[in-house]
Design a binder for this molecule. Sequence first.
Ligand code: GLN
Length: 499
Amino acid sequence: MNEIRQKGHPQGLYVLFATEMWERFNYYGLRAVLILFMTKALLFDHAFASNLYGSYTGLAFLTPLIGGYVADRYWGNQRSIIAGGLVMAIGEFILFFCGSFYHSAPQLSSILFFSGLGFMITGNGFFKPNISSLVGQLYPKADRRLDAAYTIFYMGINIGGALGPFLCGLVGDTGNPADFKWSFLVGAIGMLLSVTVQLLFHHKYVKGPDGNVLGLTPANSPKNATNPIVIIASLLGLSFITIGLIYIDAKVFNYLFYLLIGCIMFIAILVFSDKALTPQEKSKIIVIFVVSFFVIFFWSAFEQAGASLTFFADEQTNRNLGFFVVPASWFQSLNSAFVVAFAPLFAWLWINLGKREPSSPTKMALGLFLLALGYLWIAFGVKNVQPGIKVSMIWLTGMYALHTCGELCLSPIGLSLVNQLAPAKFASLLMAVWFTANAFANKFAGVLSSLYPDNKTTNFLGIYEMSNLYSFFMLFVFMAGIASVILFFLTRLLQKMMR
Ligand code: GLN
């Protein structure tokens, strides 16, 4: 009996699966229409909207550092997940009102817009790190089912990631900007479903190997910390801070890059000044930093999906099927749908390669290469196309297929590499390095998307000029391609350092 149980997965995994699925439905559903809402309803220009998109997604990857810390010390995972989920649902409702009033009360809707995003950022910070950490806690240490568990969980993420843009795009991305509000409402409903699943099933099913319910209040948490008034006040306080942070970065001064570099330096100093670290541990930690640096080039190109690539889907792609015009936002479903389709293939491939399975850094270099190839494909598709002519949907679709193959080589591999290499006492801090690199990449993605050359020539760092879409997409080919080649040459050294 015990034997059979060991082979399957704990039922709690499926509770976490559903919780995460509906949350990602809400996050990616919003991401699918966000840039369109900004440019078509709020009438922001492409460059400003792109920068704001970067500030939003960048901050959304930074707040998990706070959410993880608070959960470990004060609230526990479950309370943090529910709190974060409710805060995100409020964010979506605020955006719903923003979408309802943008025409009649532009001033009010601008306040509502930044507020909605601020709540989303705060909520995500409490939700995302805690749900991922619960998955690991379901199993005994070094359980062989863990990799499979994370693969199943990644499926949940991506079923949500595919359904969100599809449904939110269907109801909101209709060609009438007044309809975007329905996307936000549908996102809010998804988020509430996630919280409901958690409330109904967590205590019954989400249990550790010893049978105890997981993610409850930590034993040494001070009593006041879980007082509902304290919790509500902290969440509101933090939401107001993030509203200010996103507003300042987008409208006043682009400080986010400096903040993120500061975070990384701070963590590096903190870790490397520990005298107890052995030389082996030190070199493993250096690998984490190096690998995190390279993933910046991956995600900053990949995350164009919610920005420049959606401009491209909207303005330059022929979406008319005769009987139906495919909403531009639907293209954001493709990546997740491809993950669900291809992930088993990759798992099978790595197992079947056996001894010839590439090392983790090699896989990551391959991921960057596939990303570059995706951009080369779409660059080829737009080459010599006259302005005003729309290209076939196969270019975006093929590019997303290649990007997804790249993601499957890089994302899960990088995550488990960080987990394996980090000494136990710095596990969370080094996970924070990975998150901060993601935050940096997302902000950078917004900056790069602001260089989208629509009726104007743009410039990258004064060295690379872009006057058409071909040269814009080639920028990503160069960026990811060069990063891939360098990482490839470094793999031997990194492998040595990982031993
Ligand atoms: N698509 C995955 C998720 O949303 C991974 C994103 C990332 O690590 N940047 O969880």
